[in-house]
Design a protein around this ligand. Structure first.
Ligand SMILES: *[C@@H]1O[C@H](CO)[C@@H](O)[C@H](O)[C@H]1NC(C)=O
Ligand SMILES: *[C@@H]1O[C@H](CO)[C@@H](O)[C@H](O)[C@H]1NC(C)=O
Ligand SMILES: *[C@@H]1O[C@H](CO)[C@@H](O)[C@H](O)[C@H]1NC(C)=O
Ligand SMILES: *[C@@H]1O[C@H](CO)[C@@H](O)[C@H](O)[C@H]1NC(C)=O
Ligand SMILES: *[C@@H]1O[C@H](CO)[C@@H](O)[C@H](O)[C@H]1NC(C)=O
Ligand SMILES: [Ca+2]
Length: 532
């Protein structure tokens, strides 16, 4: 006893903080948290301490989610619960609370029509010190079948899962650490990007900083647009159909020939700004005596398909969704000669409530009907986000310029619509909302460009470089907390997308409407480019 007092005394004299009266004991807090929570209409399944480097497995997770396990990167308290959102709907929800907490809260989002907790995003953001939450968006798995005759499930998908998770997640965070969180953030892509815009539009107080990738916004029109590729191409035996290998081996090189070096000065397979590309497939049409079966040329009918694929969608003569961008045809997913799966599910289970509906017949009138229904305003396209702006919210959007699933032009379109609706000049909009166009990136991640910008754990380079100059999430934290807005995002490409094999090249991506201009030198060096 005596010895211990003697040891303590100099510490106190020096003003060194000793153990406070209510020591925060992470481990015991984790075992008792469920008894401290009083979330209405919820069931806590468990709370458990998970040490860093644990390989968590999820044997009960729907196999279609493709997430059977996740490596946990830092010590967390993992809380899993069910929260009812109506008497016939509810969300499966998890909070991952890191031992090394920064005082920040974050919500993750979902993808496609799922239905799946994105454990990799929980792992990533918990490792960066966020108290992070994720939910299953109101149903399990990637199918839309759960929407059938259950508007509550559709409502969860449209907005309620994320918002409920945020309300509950903030309470859990503040209770767990016995301190209010300081700032709140969101990180998501695709449907996760749409969810992001939805909260900015309808729940402006939920987040201080929102990072939204490749947003599936203007959702009804997007589903019409993606469904319309089947209308254009026909099935795989139609004379209008263009096989995948023709897109990849014949048309894509021709697109690059017209739009790569000619438009941006560097022949690297990356079209810096596909907005500038007006591709004409006429040169590929078979000449006298040439046979399209050889894959060296295409028919006039196929050339028409190619042109239509790169045109915007008009519904009843009205512009409804921007065109697929040239460059993305190297991944011809939407042109596979089958009704797009998410469109098919949406019309079967939501629009027509008929699992046997013949989705091969979908067309113009159906697209118009879906937009008219717009269940729970799933469109997520309201351009008046002044409430978010007025509370000092910050919005960072990014979009891969070679995205084969959601046209990156739609992110430009929303940016411009906000500007018009709120009557903002460029400077005023820049204050709170920026869009970065990531050249050579596919859907949310991947691609031949310098696509690693801190958006996910994918590719693994993101966790080793948290510099706000090259990480959209830490850039957002700096923007919110220090008022330093990102002017560019330095993207990285690792050899074979494997950080251990080293850096292949870096490129700085510009904020819209600026575009990259090659100014000379080594094109793999960021200094050789300029935003103009
Ligand atoms: C985690 O465990 C699963 C299933 O046992 C295994 O397939 C996976 O490779 C493991 N992941 C890591 C990072 O060890
Ligand atoms: C969804 O999956 C979770 C396990 O991941 C399970 O606890 C829950 O009961 C499932 N919900 C439905 C509606 O099947
Ligand atoms: C909880 O569930 C009951 C019964 O379904 C419902 O009346 C009540 O509004 C719910 N409460 C909350 C906070 O959701
Ligand atoms: C905790 O986070 C801080 C920065 O937020 C970092 O410097 C430190 O290394 C982290 N400690 C552990 C044990 O992860
Ligand atoms: C393609 O469509 C045609 C005409 O509708 C039909 O006769 C044929 O069976 C379809 N082929 C395939 C492979 O679906
Ligand atoms: Ca180029």
């Amino acid at each position: 006893m005596l010895t211990r007092h003697w040891l303590l005394l100099p510490a106190l004299l020096l003003g060194i903080k000793t153990t406070p009266a209510h020591a925060f004991d992470f481990d015991s807090q984790c075992s008792s948290i469920s008894s401290q929570l009083n979330v209405p209409n919820s069931t806590v399944f468990f709370s458990q301490l998970v040490p860093a480097n644990t390989n968590l497995t999820f044997p009960d997770n729907d196999p279609s989610c493709g997430r059977p396990s996740q490596l946990v990167l830092t010590d967390i308290c993992r809380i899993a619960m069910f929260i009812a959102t109506s008497d016939r709907s509810g969300i499966n929800f998890e909070a991952w609370l890191p031992r090394n907490w920064t005082g920040r809260f974050l919500s993750t989002g979902n993808g496609g029509l799922s239905g799946c907790i994105q454990y990799e995003d929980l792992a990533y953001t918990a490792a960066l010190g966020f108290a992070t939450v994720g939910a299953n968006n109101g149903h399990n798995g990637t199918s839309g079948a759960a929407f059938l005759n259950n508007p509550g499930v559709v409502e969860d998908f449209a907005f309620r899962s994320v918002h409920t998770g945020v309300v509950v997640g903030k309470t859990i965070t503040d209770t767990f650490y016995d301190t209010p969180h300081k700032k709140s953030y969101y990180l998501g892509c695709s449907t996760g990007g749409r969810q992001a815009l939805k909260t900015v539009q309808d729940f402006p107080d939920d987040f201080d900083g929102v990072v939204a990738g490749a947003a599936a916004a203007d959702m009804n029109h997007l589903l019409a647009w993606s469904g319309n590729f089947f209308v254009i191409t026909g099935n795989t035996s139609a004379p209008t159909f263009v096989p995948a290998q023709t897109w990849v081996n014949l048309i894509h090189p021709d697109v690059l020939d017209q739009c790569d070096e000619k438009l941006d000065g560097v022949s690297d397979g990356i079209i810096e700004d596909p907005d500038l590309c007006e591709y004409d497939p006429q040169g590929l049409v078979c000449k006298e005596g040439e046979d399209p079966a050889g894959g060296e040329c295409i028919t006039e009918l196929q050339a028409r398909t190619v042109r239509e694929v790169f045109e915007p969608l008009f519904i009843n003569g009205k512009f409804s969704f921007p065109r697929l961008q040239p460059g993305s045809e190297s991944t011809p997913t939407l042109m596979n000669g089958q009704p797009f799966i998410f469109t098919a599910d949406w019309f079967r289970f939501v629009v027509f409530s008929n699992p046997n509906f013949d989705v091969t017949k979908l067309g113009n009138d159906d697209w118009a009907l879906a937009q008219q229904l717009d269940p729970f305003k799933i469109s997520s396209f309201n351009p008046d986000i002044s409430a978010f702006r007025n509370r000092q919210g910050r919005l960072l959007t990014y979009h891969g310029q070679a995205d084969p699933l959601i046209s990156p032009k739609n992110s430009e379109r929303y940016f411009n619509l906000v500007s018009r609706a709120m009557n903002l000049n460029r400077e005023a909009q820049d204050e709170f909302y920026r869009l970065f166009r990531i050249s050579g990136m596919g859907h949310c991640s991947g691609g031949i460009g310098a696509w690693e910008v801190g958006q996910t754990l994918a590719g693994s380079g993101n966790l080793v470089n948290l510099d706000p100059e090259s990480n959209v999430l830490t850039a957002m934290v700096r923007w919110v907390e220090e008022g330093v807005a990102p002017d560019t995002v330095l993207g990285r490409k690792f050899v074979n997308d494997d950080v251990s094999q080293g850096l292949q090249f870096e490129r700085r991506h510009c904020r819209f409407p600026l575009r990259n201009k090659f100014v000379g030198g080594d094109s793999t060096k960021p200094e050789s480019w300029e935003c103009v």
